[in-house]
Design a protein around this ligand. Structure first.
Ligand SMILES: [Zn+2]
Length: 324
């Protein structure tokens, strides 16, 4: 098996590149890839970060996990791509400076499109040729924080059941079961699912990357590898899972400084205070409330960071069901 320029060799850790297209100056986009292969055969776990270029926690955790991984106890292959979206990463931006695209809304891509579309297309080809299971790392980006939780794209297939089974082994009580175009249209997970490859999105942190964020991301890789019997040990099984459905996205109406009055991961009811916007004279110009009952706060703007009208300030997700 080859992944980009890397020839996979049993028992070895290798580094190389996946090349996709060229930059404006003609230089190739060389996407670093980290491959660790066990002595024994087994599945290939593919983990990528920075599909949105300013979500650095996943990138760092993939690098750290690779450094710490012992190939002697590994069955199968770990493929880590810390930063899939190089232009967006270099621009420290969610979207690509080359064509303005949000990479995670344009899968399965287009081999004749602008750079992001080509990138999406090529990524799917490489995943198709190499991966048995995929983890997709995200965060709240620079301007927001998210709790540690997981997302699956429930397209009602056998692969969705396998993805849910994996999601339940990653140590998060909260699972966003996203259905259809409204939640996951054009995402990499939707396209990976179309290849019948189980996949889970892992969300964690945003803004600064703390040691805790790193640990949570790394644990998700470890648990996924345990779930697929690639390394020794059992992934956790929780007493209860809370399944959330459609997300409500709450946008600010006023500019100013955001003052949060809850935490990510809280469960709030309709009318509970999420926070307020304070103008530069210290006056509260807007109060923000939870729009629905029994809602998981899955994203929140940072304390005292500036906002502009129409900025996404929180995501709340009503809990649909509880169960095993
Ligand atoms: Zn993201």
């Amino acid at each position: 098996m080859k992944v980009g320029t890397v020839e996979v060799i049993k028992g070895e850790k290798k580094k190389g590149y996946i090349q996709v297209g060229t930059d404006t100056d003609g230089s190739p986009f060389l996407i670093p890839v980290l491959v660790a292969a066990g002595q024994e055969d087994g599945p290939t776990l593919w983990v990528h970060g920075c599909i949105h270029g300013e979500e650095y926690g996943g990138a760092a955790s993939i690098i750290r996990y690779f450094q710490e991984l012992d190939t002697n106890s590994l069955k199968g292959t770990f493929v880590g791509v810390p930063v899939v979206n190089l232009p967006s990463f270099k621009d420290r931006n969610r979207i690509s400076p080359l064509d303005g695209a949000n990479l995670n809304r344009i899968f399965p891509g287009d081999p004749n499109g602008s750079y992001s579309h080509r990138l999406a297309y090529e990524l799917i080809q490489v995943i198709r040729e190499t991966a048995d299971v995929v983890l997709d790392f995200h965060s709240g980006g620079i301007g927001a924080e998210v709790p540690y939780y997981v997302i699956i794209d429930d397209d009602k297939t056998e692969t969705a059941l396998k993805s849910m089974d994996l999601a339940k082994k990653l140590g998060s009580k909260f699972i966003w079961r996203s259905e259809g175009e409204s939640g996951t249209g054009g995402t990499i997970t939707a396209s990976v699912m179309d290849l019948n490859i189980p996949t889970v999105t892992v969300e964690c942190g945003g803004g600064n990357v703390t040691e805790q964020h790193e640990e949570l991301f790394k644990k998700s890789i470890k648990y996924a590898m345990q779930a697929y019997e690639m390394i020794p040990g059992e992934p956790p099984k929780l007493d209860e899972y809370l399944i959330v459905g459609n997300a409500s996205f709450v946008f600010t109406k006023e500019g100013g400084l955001f003052v949060p009055e809850c935490n990510v991961g809280d469960i709030l009811n309709k009318g509970d205070k999420i926070g307020s916007i304070m103008n530069l004279f210290g006056k509260v110009v807007e109060e923000i409330y939870c729009p629905e009952d029994n809602s998981y706060i899955a994203a929140l703007g940072h304390r005292y960071w500036p906002t502009e009208p129409g900025q996404l300030i929180t995501e709340s997700m009503p809990i649909e069901s509880r169960g095993k």
